[in-house]
Design a protein around this ligand. Sequence first.
Ligand SMILES: NC(=O)c1ccc[n+]([C@@H]2O[C@H](COP(=O)([O-])OP(=O)(O)OC[C@H]3O[C@@H](n4cnc5c(N)ncnc54)[C@H](OP(=O)(O)O)[C@@H]3O)[C@@H](O)[C@H]2O)c1
Length: 368
Amino acid sequence: MGADKDHDWMGRALELARRAWGQTHPNPMVGALIVEDGEVVAEGWHARDGGPHAERVALAKLGRPPRPGATLVVTLEPCSTPGRTGACCDAILAAGGITRVVIGATDPNPAHAGRGVEVLRAAGIEVVAGVRAAECAELNLIFNHWITLGRPLVAGKIATTRDGFSRPPPGADRWITGAAARENVHRWRRLFPAIAVGAGTVRADDPALTRRWRDEDGAEREDCGWRFVFDATLATAAGPETAWRRVYADRWRERTIVVTSAAADAATRARLEAAGVRVWAQETTRGAAGWGEFTRRCAAERISGVYVEGGAELLADARAAGALDYAFWYRAPKVGGEGWGGRVDWRFADGAVIERLGEDELTRGPLL
Ligand SMILES: NC(=O)c1ccc[n+]([C@@H]2O[C@H](COP(=O)([O-])OP(=O)(O)OC[C@H]3O[C@@H](n4cnc5c(N)ncnc54)[C@H](OP(=O)(O)O)[C@@H]3O)[C@@H](O)[C@H]2O)c1
């Protein structure tokens, strides 16, 4: 069977995996398909945490044992331990018929990496591993971090002028980048289980922090992940409830968590909680101690990734604390000038991805 075919089938398996974009946390996105006599006869993907794995979905869709000589193509090494849904290696062997398995990425968990391949090979199956491995691994950048380190991937996002300014002068248009870049931000928002912003951004912009996108049929869609507001003094919730910012008052308010200091005003905190907003009171919200406590708490709640959308002050603190694992920097062609602020100057490690989005450019990857 040709490498070209494997490459194409893996491309299709990647498409299937992406159907669950942002829906599987803290599990990975995985796509799988079964090929008989060169034809794809069944497809599957992992749709949600706790649901059946992609290989099992594809086998179930087939609805009969695969024909002898069938190939299974899967974006992630099949699991070899029972977990909650049974080991996929066992399911592949029990189904019979499959004599060849094509794998994208190996299991990122060092305790399991390569074990699935071994189990399959020991059972006499031909295994081709590492097909489009980089794409398959990149698909699960949040899961890979979570499963190896046991804490969320904290990713910073900023949109700036060409010379790095993120805060427009008062009264100026708040949008720095164009429509394509903003749509791209929503795509990444949808991937991350949580978004975080600083108190300055809530005060200045009153952002909705929901995810908005268009379905394949063009219908407008909106949903909401966790929304963190870093506000050590609860100043963003001062004043009467009727004047509250959207994140405390809209229909998603139970998805808002304010990260504040233990010394913050108790009455304001009680009013927020009475409205359904959650409050995490920490010793401090700043520096390594603040981010350490925050990420530990996220881990305890199985929040595997946080997309920190700014502003520059919050991102600067996260960066200084060594808390930024990944970064998204959208740059517009315009230059800043009189009245602009919030300058960032991020340097990316080798291998950063650069994408053109209309007139703007996105660089993403880990920072130096
Ligand atoms: N271009 C972009 O991508 C982008 C993105 C977001 C915002 N913006 C713009 O940036 C401006 C707001 O940004 P900003 O830099 O002024 O404010 P910010 O970063 O949104 O918020 C800073 C405030 O958050 C609170 N905070 C709590 N914990 C913190 C921590 N660990 N580190 C830093 N701050 C913490 C602080 O207030 P307390 O000490 O009182 O808690 C601080 O004053 C707005 O104009 C907004 O439109 C631009």
